[in-house]
Design a protein around this ligand. Sequence first.
Ligand SMILES: Nc1ncnc2c1ncn2[C@@H]1O[C@H](COP(=O)(O)OP(=O)(O)OP(=O)(O)O)[C@@H](O)[C@H]1O
Length: 264
Amino acid sequence: MAAMLEVEHLCAGYGTPVVKDISFSVEGGELVGLLGRNGSGKTTLLRSLTGSAKVTGGRVLLDGEDWGRLSHRQRACRVALMPQRPQLLPGLRAREVLEMGRYPWTGPLRPAGEEGRKRVDQAARQFGLEELLDTDCAALSEGQRQMVHLGRAVVQDAPVLLLDEPNSALDFYNTQLLFQTVGGLIRTQRKAGLVVLHDPALALTWCRRLLLLRQGELVGEVCPAQAGEAEIQAVLRRIYPDICVKRDKDSGAYWCGLAENGEK
Ligand SMILES: Nc1ncnc2c1ncn2[C@@H]1O[C@H](COP(=O)(O)OP(=O)(O)OP(=O)(O)O)[C@@H](O)[C@H]1O
């Protein structure tokens, strides 16, 4: 059976190559973490999967279908992206931003319909947005706005969900809510999830596999449930030299930090 998302020898960039010959796949039901230093090409990789960064080589298959042969609208029904810096659309209330998630299905600026309203209300409940639905997004805090855009991506209900640093402005509680809720959706609805994260401990806790990107190339992959501390640490050192990884035997919680001078 084909993976929900298959990326084969993908190259992408902005005139100059950024993503270089990357291949990986994500199965339905799997949340995969994408880690890499600043500027390593994570956002470009995600943007190339939605058509907003130019693909210059390779191919992408969505549940076996060639992405390149799909229209923009067909792609948007299959791939939802929560961008790193969502555009601020002045005058739009949170409810209207959530409803934008239905546009690939209904057509732009069309009413959400009963199914759409149900999904918007459900996302508002799931992400604690009910009190904010009538607020102008310009009047929301950074973290509140990030939760609205997370809700919009979920309302889009695509089988592939791409999240670009979705917790960068979130407090501890909303970060847990994000991973519990999105993790649950991915498992129960067999979606393929790919999430860019900067916190390796968070990625080790919530993601089934981690992919490591360095200067536009995939340089490692690790599955936390199948690897011990030493193996995880060795793989993570390909992008974070001197990182130390510890796993608490009782709770299973991960701790990551940098080695002190001389400690390896
Ligand atoms: N619109 C653009 N035009 C030209 N070059 C770009 C553009 N966006 C990004 N780049 C370049 O592509 C490279 C990768 O950037 P990208 O945003 O994909 O990295 P990233 O891994 O997501 O970084 P960060 O962790 O800082 O968000 C960088 O060298 C950056 O300067």
